[in-house]
Structure formats: structure tokens, C-alpha cells
Design a binder for this molecule. Structure first.
Ligand code: ADP
Ligand code: 5GP
Length: 192
């Protein structure tokens, strides 16, 4: 398949603000397609199937793995998460850039398999602040937050594997940096 669009992979620990940054990015930059992942975790209050995620049963997800329908997938906090191949490849064959918002395990798989992708690692100003954001978001129990934090500490060691690092401290500055990176790639039309 010939790819015209570029693949931008936004990666970083849970609670760092990836979703928030991407939401602003989508409002600021045209011709971007945000891939909707599939997951077996339960929807949070206000999350909708087909909008936030495709919420699947475990056996449905495993069927898709077997069929080779994921570009990448990972088990995260005891649930499956994965990027569906069809939509992403279809969009990349058009002049549309694609955004993936995924974890470190998934980003590593994309790195191995996709020859052209740009990886942007989002990190928190501190572990304390990350914990605070997870607490304030209020979507996980205290136990789940602890689990996410211990995985986050491991994930934060991987930043040097990625092309760009953004510290999401001041939200507006972080949004500007993200927009800037994407616009610069578009202008230069080169990857790496
Ligand atoms: P992720 O998608 O990485 O799991 P979210 O986008 O859900 O993270 O953000 C986690 C929480 O942190 C949310 O409550 C969000 O409003 C908040 N948040 C995001 N960015 C910032 C920031 N720069 N400063 C303070 N709070 C932030
Ligand atoms: P959450 O449960 O908070 O929505 O997401 C948990 C973690 O899963 C986050 O780090 C998020 O980036 C990651 N994630 C979401 N979708 C995917 C995906 O399709 N693949 C991978 N590998 N990770 C994903």
C-alpha cells in the first residue's frame, strides 16, 4: 500500500494528558484522523462505543487478533487495547495524517512494523503531578491508580526511544509544541 499521509504516534503514561492534548490538536490542525482503538475495558461514565473506543468482549478482541486485524495490540492493566488496521491504512492512503494515542508497548510494535512514523512521547512534570492528575480525573479506584502509576514509572524510562518529548506542564505550551511538531513535519515533508 502506498502511504501519502503520515502516522503520528502519541505515547506516554496514563493520566499524563494525551487525550487532552490530542483533543486540542484535532481542533487546531486540519486533515488529521484520530484512530479509535478497540479495548476490552469497560466504558467510563460518558464514554461511548465507536466514539471513545470500540468496546469489545474478550473473545471478540481475540478473534480480531487471530484475523490479523490489528496493527498493534497490548495487554494493559489486565485488558486488551489495540489499533484496528483497516481504517488507519485507508486514511494513510489519502493525504490525511493519522494520530494514534497508545501505550509504550504498542508504540514499540509500530516502530518495528511501520517504516514511516513519528513518535511523540508525552511526560509529566513529576510523578507527583501524574498521581494528582489520575486522582483528579477520578475515573479509576485508588488500587487502579497505584497500578497505573507503577507502570508509568517504568514507561517514563523509555522516553529516549522516541523522536520528540513534550513535558505536559503548562497545557497551552504543550499543545503549541504538539501542533508545531506536526506542522513542521508537514512543511518539511520528511520523516526522520
Ligand atoms: P491520558 O489520556 O494521558 O490518560 P488525560 O488527557 O485523560 O490523560 O488527562 C488526565 C487528567 O489530567 C485529566 O483530568 C486532564 O484534565 C488533566 N490534565 C491534562 N493536561 C493537564 C495539564 N497540563 N495540567 C493540569 N492537568 C492536566
Ligand atoms: P485508558 O484505559 O486510560 O483509556 O487507556 C489506558 C492506556 O491504554 C493509555 O496509556 C492509552 O494510551 C493506551 N491505549 C489506548 N488505546 C490503545 C491502543 O490501541 N493500543 C495500545 N497499545 N495502547 C492503547
Amino acid at each position: 500500500m502506498s502511504e501519502i499521509g503520515k502516522l503520528f504516534v502519541i505515547v506516554g503514561p496514563s493520566g499524563v494528558g494525551k487525550g487532552t492534548l490530542v483533543k486540542h490538536l484535532m481542533n487546531r490542525v486540519p486533515y488529521l484522523f484520530l484512530s479509535i482503538s478497540a479495548t476490552t475495558r469497560s466504558p467510563r461514565k460518558d464514554e461511548k462505543d465507536g466514539i471513545n473506543y470500540y468496546f469489545l468482549k474478550t473473545n471478540e478482541f481475540e478473534e480480531l487478533i487471530k484475523a490479523g486485524d490489528f496493527i498493534e495490540w497490548a495487554t494493559i492493566y489486565g485488558n486488551y487495547y489495540g489499533t484496528l488496521r483497516e481504517k488507519v491504512e485507508q486514511k494513510l492512503s489519502l493525504p490525511t495524517d493519522v494520530i494514534l494515542e497508545i501505550d509504550v508497548q504498542g508504540a514499540r510494535q509500530i516502530k518495528e512494523n511501520a517504516d514511516k512514523a513519528v513518535f511523540i512521547f508525552i511526560k509529566p512534570p513529576s510523578e507527583e503531578e501524574l498521581k494528582e492528575r489520575l486522582r483528579e480525573r477520578g475515573t479509576e479506584t485508588a488500587d487502579e491508580i497505584e497500578k497505573r502509576l507503577s507502570i508509568a514509572i517504568e514507561e517514563l524510562k523509555s522516553e529516549s526511544e522516541f523522536d520528540h518529548v513534550i513535558i505536559n506542564d503548562n497545557l497551552n505550551e504543550a499543545i503549541d509544541r504538539l501542533v508545531d511538531i506536526i506542522i513542521k513535519y508537514r512543511e518539511s515533508n520528511t520523516i526522520n
